[in-house]
Design a protein around this ligand. Structure first.
Ligand code: AHN
Ligand code: ZN
Length: 318
């Protein structure tokens, strides 16, 4: 009963409105304005496409932000090879909170922008990079606000936040014979070569496209296959907090995303909170991978629902 307020009958002390009964820990308040600003800040660099100056500028911003929130920061830079043979500068940015704690949670999002708006209805736009306000920046913005909260109140458990690069350089199987494993290159690199050899976490949570007003998050199928206990935890927490209109407790799509490699290669049970509606033709929103993935679609209510749910999951982990 996460939101029950007030103490047991024998507790004379007045409790604050935020106090959570039944041994639940108090979670700090997620500030959606702050998360929104962190998204806007990334978008202001322009598309964060690998091998561009915007990539470098945004990497510096993300690194500096995590440092400002007192994380122990590792910037993991490498070269990865895209499906078409292009060498991509990959920059994974890792922030460790409570780094000495043995028990850890891993939170992650991709921060790169897709180089081509190949789903745009207008063929003239299909070589234009995506601004990636939702598909990239939204998850990072929520995690930066969580980082700010972690700096203010240390949870019992250790938390690692990873911003993965070069997620969105992939193609579908009808586009290239090399399409397999063409997505999530930064995550694949890290899963093979984690910043700490033998890195372990109790579980992982990926945020992907978590900022749009029309968002619904169904139970993604790889998440349920590898980590149903985490899906249950997150969706139950959201329901108790009153966010059931976003977190739909029904089967969603099976989506090849960063969490698949964290499950399969790093073997950390991990889930994907991703905007996907199995009742829509494309599943993804109609602005997905178009030039219309801009701040116009970002809604603070959705950021609030996702961020608040995550904070409760983090602070209730013993
Ligand atoms: C596929 O469409 C195969 N995967 C989607 C992963 C993704 C792209 N998430 C955001 N952009
Ligand atoms: Zn994408």
């Amino acid at each position: 009963m996460i939101l029950a307020v007030g103490g047991a009958a024998c507790t004379p002390k007045k409790q604050s409105a935020n106090t959570i009964a039944e041994n639940k820990i108090e979670a700090p308040q997620f500030n959606a304005d702050s998360a929104y600003t962190y998204i806007e800040k990334q978008v202001d660099f322009g598309p964060r496409v690998p091998n561009t100056n915007a990539q470098l500028a945004c990497a510096d911003y993300l690194t500096a932000s995590l440092k400002r929130f007192n994380a122990t920061v590792t910037r993991q830079e490498s070269s990865v090879t895209a499906y078409n043979g292009t060498k991509l500068r990959n920059i994974n940015i890792i922030g460790a909170f409570n780094p000495d704690a043995q028990a850890r949670i891993l939170l992650f999002s991709h921060w790169d922008s897709r180089p081509w708006a190949d789903q745009d209805p207008d063929p003239a736009n299909r070589n234009t990079p995506v601004m990636a306000a939702n598909d990239g920046a939204s998850g990072v913005g929520v995690l930066l606000e969580i980082a700010r909260q972690l700096a203010q109140k240390q949870p019992t458990i250790g938390v690692d936040i990873i911003f993965f690069d070069t997620e969105d350089y992939g193609v579908e199987s009808d586009q290239s014979p090399n399409a397999e494993n063409s997505w999530c290159l930064g995550t694949q690199y890290w899963a093979h070569s984690p910043h700490i050899p033998g890195y372990r976490a109790r579980f992982g949570i990926l945020l992907d496209m978590v900022g749009a007003g029309d968002a619904t998050f169904y139970r993604e199928q790889y998440s349920d296959y590898y980590a149903s206990f985490v899906v249950n935890n997150v969706w139950n927490t959201a329901a108790k907090l009153g966010f059931g209109k976003y977190f739909i407790n029904e089967k969603g799509g099976a989506i090849t995303d960063d969490h698949v490699y964290i499950n399969q290669i790093a073997e950390i049970p991990s889930i994907d909170i991703i905007q996907y509606n199995p009742h829509f033709e494309k599943g993804f929103a109609n602005y997905w991978h178009t030039i219309h993935d801009t701040m116009d679609n970002i809604d603070k209510n959705t950021l609030h629902a996702v961020g608040t749910t995550l904070l409760h999951v983090i602070y209730n982990e013993q």
